[in-house]
Design a protein around this ligand. Structure first.
Ligand code: G16
Ligand code: MG
Length: 219
């Protein structure tokens, strides 16, 4: 079986959620309300614009379109200060080993992220050149849970959606993969990601022969 893999970025390859959190928390403070880490879960995998809407809902704050645009820019500038300090040591455990395994098996992989900063983040952690293609927040018109990001990923892999395997840490991302008719692998809490076809706590838990068996049609 010919297969290809699509990786989500935040929560699968790196943990940029912690930097998004710091930047959104700071913005909440400017707007006069508290924002905690549990609430940050709601923003995972969600687009930047949608994240701001959710945040404003939490704080019960209403803003004009112009103010929203301004805050989106300042939040991103703040977030990028953290991103510019990132290095390869921030790659999540098991990610490099998994990419090495896929290379060894000749299985191609692309990125499928909601982030408009995805190429910069991959560059910071020295992974930009390893992916056969990048689909990010700049390439899509509809955000996850819409399957668009992954369907474009399948095109980049020259494969049918059914031949693609998606790694995701967010509910919206698992739903997008399922709607795209791809095999979804949830990385993180099994209960939160119960809609996924397979669940692992992190990438180190993926069995050694997982992909070789998939190529043989055993999975
Ligand atoms: C990531 C994060 C989301 C973030 C989104 C957009 O998605 O999980 O929290 O809101 O990207 O990011 P940016 O503001 O950089 O465009 P993913 O799909 O990589 O998990
Ligand atoms: Mg994610």
């Amino acid at each position: 079986n010919k297969i290809g893999v699509i990786f989500d970025l935040d929560g699968v390859i790196v943990d940029t959620a912690k930097y998004h959190f710091l930047a959104w928390k700071d913005l909440a403070g400017q707007l006069g309300f508290e924002f905690c880490e549990a609430q940050n879960e709601l923003l995972k995998g969600v687009s930047r614009v949608r994240s701001l809407e959710i945040l404003l809902g939490i704080g019960k704050v209403e803003l004009t379109e112009a103010q929203k645009q301004e805050y989106l820019i300042s939040k991103n500038e703040h977030y990028l200060e953290y991103i510019h300090k990132m290095g390869p040591e921030e790659i999540l455990p098991g990610a490099i080993e998994l990419l090495d395994k896929l290379d060894e098996l000749g299985i191609k992989y692309v990125l499928g992220s909601a982030s408009k900063n995805a190429p910069l983040i991959l560059k910071q952690v020295n992974l930009l050149s390893r992916f056969s293609g990048i689909v990010d927040g700049n390439s899509v018109s509809t955000a996850k849970p819409d399957p668009e990001v992954f369907l474009i990923g399948a095109q980049k892999l020259n494969l049918k959606p059914e031949q693609c395997v998606v790694f995701e840490d967010a509910i919206a991302g698992v739903e997008a993969a399922n709607r795209a008719a791809m095999l979804s692998i949830g990385i993180g809490d099994k209960i939160t990601l119960k809609e996924a076809d397979f669940n692992f706590n992190n990438l180190t838990e993926i069995p050694e022969n997982f992909f070789s068996e998939m190529v043989l049609g055993k999975i």
